[in-house]
Ligand binder design. Structure first.
Ligand SMILES: [Ca+2]
Length: 196
């Protein structure tokens, strides 16, 4: 039995002992500050603005379960926003964040943004005091990682948030999985490579 096989088996055993739903091997990294990172059973903890969000129990990036959004263009200029907000974090500390997604239907949105930022309000509202914002991240039908966002907090006040938003969307469905915010974290696929 080589090392890789041992790691896979050990991971499966840990997942089984944690319950039937906990099949994701690397999203629940102890350093990940997002509790419901893999959408194993629901979309609790995440917020969604415009659009209808729901839990897909089957589809997922590294394990079943994802958060999907059905968005329909209402003809105006509007934005589908989703994300996660953390209120307990350190000052002058560099955090990384990201998420994995894929488009399952509809037309590619006109533009999109992925953002990791500190904002003055505890619900992650207000103008960012620190931010890493990426525009027009490639979206395809395959699960793919957002850029690994990094930013350094300016204080311990407000919220530290991971946001994804789409501007002027045509009808589309996009699903998300394996979100993370933490110190020194990288996308789950890269993390798995490091372990191996
Ligand atoms: Ca999942």
């Amino acid at each position: 039995m080589n090392l890789r096989s041992s790691l896979v088996i050990a991971t499966v055993m840990i997942a089984m002992s944690a319950g039937a739903a906990a099949a994701n091997s690397n999203c629940p990294d102890p350093a990940n500050m997002i509790g419901n990172c893999g959408f194993d059973t629901d979309i609790t903890g995440w917020f969604v603005g415009d659009g209808t969000a729901y839990h897909d129990p089957v589809d997922g990036a590294t394990a079943p379960g994802s958060l999907c959004i059905d968005a329909v263009d209402d003809g105006g200029t509007w934005i589908v926003l989703m994300g996660y907000c953390i209120t307990s974090f350190s000052s002058a500390t560099t955090y990384s964040g990201g998420i994995t997604f894929r488009q399952t239907g509809g037309t590619t949105p006109t533009s999109n943004y992925v953002e990791l930022s500190q904002r003055p309000q505890t619900n992650c509202g207000g103008v960012p005091t620190a931010v890493d914002l990426r525009n027009d991240v490639p979206i395809s039908g395959s699960w793919s990682d957002s850029p690994n966002l990094t930013m350094t907090t300016t204080s311990t006040t407000g919220g530290l948030g991971l946001f994804v938003y789409f501007e002027d969307p045509a009808p589309f469905t996009i699903c998300f999985d394996d979100g993370y915010i933490g110190i020194g974290l990288v996308p789950v696929e890269l993390e798995a490579l490091t372990v191996e």
